[in-house]
Write a protein that binds this ligand. Structure first.
Ligand code: ADP
Ligand code: MG
Length: 692
């Protein structure tokens, strides 16, 4: 019997509070609870001798209480110690009940379970769970499940709820026998029961590593559900109508005139992806295409030509970017390209004055604006398009799924409520094959795999922060020969204010260290107009050195900048470093990226910096990033707050994913009732998130 905070006598009020907590975990009924599977297991079937404990180890020990007292320095706490034949262990409670103190009476034999730590006074456990050991207390025969939980929802409550759910819920198999045999799958009920109550003879390591056949069944089910709903989403999309926007022939189209005025010719890769997009736009079903191209590969012009094709058909296009700086830059570039052709480009962000904003919204609504460029402001309620034919989302992984859906919902307009706009998403973060197959099965992908000519690869140097002076000298030299420099200030995840302060301090220090140079500063808190003015001055070459927070991370384009310094590079993620580095090497000059780091480096930081030093290939970087960090970033699930795969791991379970893919096609074609039942068990209202 666990003694601490026994859940057995929960009052009615506690109960509803606990139900709310369960709802927070997505546990609304028995069907959810049976699939709330343990994150790990504790082996309470064995006792570990105290002398064999090592820090970080979860274990159960048994011994006699040798001391127990409440101390008040440095704060009130309960400290006890127990001893077995092999050694002595401290137990410590920062919060405790009088009953706990009583239980730990000197001379009593108790069992304690918890994580061993190397404390100041020797090995200890903080807040272990304890029970009194009597001669008759036998060790349990099954492993103890540990469930994912949230503050104030004890394991005991979850265990009890799950035990009840296993009685109440429908555990019948959704998969036909033949399919189970074909893929050698354990029965559903058996698998779920085993995962909640694993017999003691099951290898706990295999269970925790999720390699046991019971886990394989659950993962198969999960991946199958995902494949089925993706197939459904695809079918639903092909059912939807979109306006056809074929490529118009002739020299006087916007497309032709834009091509004729561009100061460069398109690369082969750009031409190829444009063809793919143009063909999609001509179809009567909405395009759902991802344009993937490394930083600097020239995605913007492709987007502009796609927009031009929509405009040639009398429709509007929208381009949404994740940051104001990026949206502004797109806007300027697109105005440069389109205004001379008589095409009206509108600009819409959250920071516009009410009056300007009203005008922009009106122009979008009346159809006077052909192309609207902006941030999330584009998807706010008041904005309605007259005839939106094409929605373009830049840096799509930076948006939540909901935001992408919202832009799509802006289509149709007055005269075509049932028409969906075509959708083009762009990203510089390549999606590894496993993810493309599983998450983006309903997405066509175009890849720009060639950089515009005349680029020299960026050389990346790793320097310890102790060599900062050398870097400052280098900046001086670069400016002397007419080059421009970025200095990226450290990311301070905990505090935006601190991040800002660091940028201001760095700007001051560099201004003093480089008296002959014009040093600019840009950060997220700067008013929009000021931000734009600084960026414009940098672009015009009036600023030699631009000190910036990560606001310049995406999309900024100043070809004359050929040196970038990233301070505290060890704090950044790989994708972010790659994006940042992509701001240099955009012109013909040899470019250098200096990654300043502070020691000591964690293993992962070391691996990241080494990767940056070794390669400039976005695909390779993405692959290593996935290895180091898992797939969350690629999916944009961070923002949606919903991790889609709970059990399957896309790095290691690719084989199961392939089987599920195959099985989904089979079921889809011949067994709609199985599909419906399986989705009902596994998706439970989350399908929308797969459709974006
Ligand atoms: P990204 O794919 O990172 O969004 P951009 O669209 O910003 O890249 O393009 C990077 C730079 O390359 C821009 O200055 C753009 O005008 C230029 N560019 C694009 N296509 C070509 C091309 N075919 N030849 C030369 N320069 C190009
Ligand atoms: Mg871009």
């Amino acid at each position: 019997m666990p003694v601490a905070a026994s859940p057995a006598k929960a009052s009615a009020r506690d109960l509803s509070a606990q139900q709310r907590k369960m709802a927070k975990l997505g546990l609304h009924g028995p069907e959810d609870l049976i699939l709330h599977l343990p994150i790990r297991y504790e082996d309470e079937t064995a006792i570990t001798p105290i002398a064999r404990l090592i820090p970080g180890m979860w274990a159960q020990v048994e011994g006699e209480v040798t001391s127990c007292e409440v101390t008040y320095r440095p704060r009130k706490q309960l400290k006890a110690s127990i001893r077995d034949e092999s050694g002595e262990l401290g137990l410590r409670y920062l919060n405790f009940y009088p009953s706990q103190q009583k239980q730990l009476a000197v001379g009593r034999r108790i069992r304690a379970r918890g994580e061993a730590r190397g404390g100041f006074f020797g090995m200890e456990m903080v807040h272990p769970r304890t029970t009194v050991a009597t001669d008759v207390s036998r060790l349990p025969t099954s492993l103890t499940p540990v469930y994912p939980t949230t503050e104030g929802l004890p394991q005991g409550v979850l265990r009890k709820a799950i035990a009840e759910a296993l009685q109440d819920a429908d555990l019948s198999d959704t998969l036909p026998e033949s399919l189970r045999q074909q893929y050698d799958l354990m029965g559903f009920a058996q698998a779920v029961r085993l995962l909640h109550y694993p017999p003691a003879d099951v290898d706990p390591e295999g269970l925790t590593a999720r390699a046991h056949p019971a886990w394989l069944r659950v993962k198969f089910d999960e991946l199958l559900a995902q494949q089925l709903s993706l197939a459904k989403a695809r079918a639903a999309r092909l059912d939807k109508r979109a306006v056809r926007l074929p490529l118009r022939k002739g020299d006087d189209t916007v497309v032709s005139r834009l091509l004729a005025t561009l100061p460069f010719g398109l690369t082969g890769a750009q031409q190829r992806v444009l063809k793919e997009i143009a063909a999609d736009l001509a179809k009567p079903n909405p395009m759902h295409r991802l344009l993937q191209g490394d930083v600097g590969s020239g995605k913007t012009v492709v987007a502009a030509l796609a927009a031009a094709q929509a405009i040639d058909n009398g429709y509007q296009a929208a381009l949404m970017a994740p940051t104001e700086i990026l949206a502004e830059q797109h806007y300027r570039k697109l105005v440069d390209w389109f205004a001379p052709l008589g095409i009206k480009v509108m600009w819409l962000t959250g920071s516009l004055s009410a009056k300007v904003r009203r005008e922009a919204v009106a122009a979008i609504e009346s159809g006077e604006a052909h192309l609207a460029v902006g941030t999330q402001a584009l998807i706010q309620d008041q904005v309605t398009f007259s005839k939106l034919g094409l929605a373009i989302v830049d840096e799509q992984h930076r948006f939540g799924v909901g935001q992408r859906l919202a832009l799509r919902g802006k289509g149709g307009g007055k005269d075509g409520a049932d028409l969906y706009p075509h959708q083009l998403m762009m990203t510089a973060t390549p999606i590894p094959r496993t993810l493309a197959m599983t998450f983006f099965a309903d997405l066509d992908v175009s890849v720009i795999d060639e950089l515009p000519p005349g680029r020299t690869p960026v050389v990346t140097k790793l320097l310890s922060d102790a060599r900062r002076d050398e870097v400052v000298a280098r900046i001086h030299e670069a400016a002397r020969i007419g080059r421009q420099v970025y200095w990226v200030c450290p990311l301070v995840e905990e505090s935006e204010t601190l991040e800002l302060q660091t940028a201001v301090d760095t700007h001051l220090a560099l201004t003093q260290a480089l008296p002959g140079l014009n040093v600019g500063l840009v950060h997220g808190r700067l008013p929009t107009a000021e931000k734009a003015a600084v960026m414009q001055a940098f672009k015009a070459g009036e600023i030699h050195l631009l000190v910036a927070t990560t606001v310049i991370e995406v999309g900024v384009d100043v070809p004359n900048a050929s040196l970038m310094v990233i301070e505290h590079a060890e704090r950044f993620g790989l994708a972010q470093l790659h994006q940042l580095r992509g701001r240099v090497g955009r012109g013909a000059a040899e470019s250098v990226c200096v990654l300043l780091f502070q020691t000591p480096l964690s293993m992962i930081a070391k691996a990241r910096l080494r990767t940056m030093h070794e390669t400039t290939d976005g695909f390779e970087i993405a692959r290593r990033d996935l290895e180091l960090r898992g797939p969350g970033e690629f999916l944009g699930v961070r923002q949606s707050g919903l991790a889609l795969m709970r059990f399957a791991d896309l790095e290691t379970d690719i084989e199961i994913a392939e089987q599920a893919h195959e099985a989904a096609a089979l079921l889809q074609a011949s067994q709609p009732d199985v599909v419906a039942r399986h989705l009902a068990r596994w998706m439970r209202g989350r399908e929308d998130f797969l459709k974006a």
